[in-house]
Design a protein around this ligand. Structure first.
Ligand code: FES
Length: 276
């Protein structure tokens, strides 16, 4: 046998184990199956690099005049934050350079995305090649699934879902604050709309979660006895079919929102105002 994941003929592993079909080629697929994992790898890597640079730079994350706060630095509750961005108070002392201001919520947000059913599929395929595509063998011989440490921790996703709801509430608060005018009263600018669209899509992604679907309609024996939960479950199920698209869309809107605030905060251009 010639496949990389077959250790030796004496000790076959993975797809070379007894009972599996014996195929000499590494895969019988002739299409460009490697394009989706390569694209996912490239886009996710670029996004992570951007997010790391922005969260660790501690610069241009807040527009004082209109209370635009970047989602990458929210909530800003350290003494190092711009005074105007500390609307929720000062909970910590000064942060050293390179420490993200959003450190309070980052572990939960990362946990939510990393354990997400869609992202698991995405990075298992594109980063771990496990497997890179359907009908393409993975390079490793052993497969332990998600039943052992550390991957058994993926089961904590349902708890990260609750944390993500709290973070979405904080993001909603930031969006409401972003309707501040130049004179300190109410106002609407392009930034207010960008921040609002991002928050609406973050909520949509969050409630389209598989765990949310289970929370709303799981373990029910008779939907007819719970009409409200059935309606909620039907709604979430429709959103759930778009979960992958929402996962990518929210990565894009997070980046656009942060980049827009960075440009306005650094004086690259003025925020176009619709009202005040
Ligand atoms: S399954 Fe993706 S966020 Fe829950």
């Amino acid at each position: 046998m010639t496949r990389a994941n077959v250790a030796t003929d004496a000790h076959p592993k993975g797809v070379g184990t007894p009972g599996r079909a014996r195929v000499e080629q590494s895969t019988l697929r002739t299409d460009r199956w490697w394009v989706p994992p390569l694209l996912t790898f490239t886009l996710l890597s670029a996004w992570v690099i951007y997010a790391m640079v922005r969260t660790m730079s501690q610069r241009a994350y807040f527009v004082d005049r209109y209370d635009y706060l970047s989602p990458f630095s929210s909530p800003c509750v350290t003494a190092s934050c711009h005074p105007g961005s500390r609307d929720l108070g000062t909970w910590f002392g000064h942060f050293p350079p390179f420490l993200p201001y959003a450190l309070l919520v980052l572990p939960f947000l990362l946990g939510f995305r990393l354990t997400c059913y869609y992202y698991r599929r995405a990075y298992y395929r594109s980063f771990w090649l496990s497997p890179p595509a359907c009908a393409v063998p993975e390079p490793r011989g052993a497969y332990s699934g998600e039943r052992r440490f550390p991957l058994i921790l993926q089961n904590a996703h349902r708890y990260f879902f609750y944390a993500a709801v709290v973070v979405s509430i904080l993001n909603t608060y930031d969006a409401v604050r972003a309707y501040k005018g130049g004179d300190g009263g109410a106002g609407v600018g392009l930034g207010s709309l960008i921040i609002t669209i991002n928050v609406v899509l973050l909520w949509t992604y969050t409630i389209s979660c598989h765990s949310c679907r289970h929370v709303i309609g799981g373990r029910l024996k008779h939907f007819s006895a719970h009409p409200m939960r059935y309606r909620g479950w039907t709604f979430v199920t429709k959103l759930n079919t778009r979960h992958m698209e929402l996962a990518w869309t929210t990565l894009a809107t997070l980046l656009i929102t942060d980049a827009y605030i960075a440009l306005v905060a650094s004086g690259a251009f003025a925020d176009p105002r619709i009202y005040n």
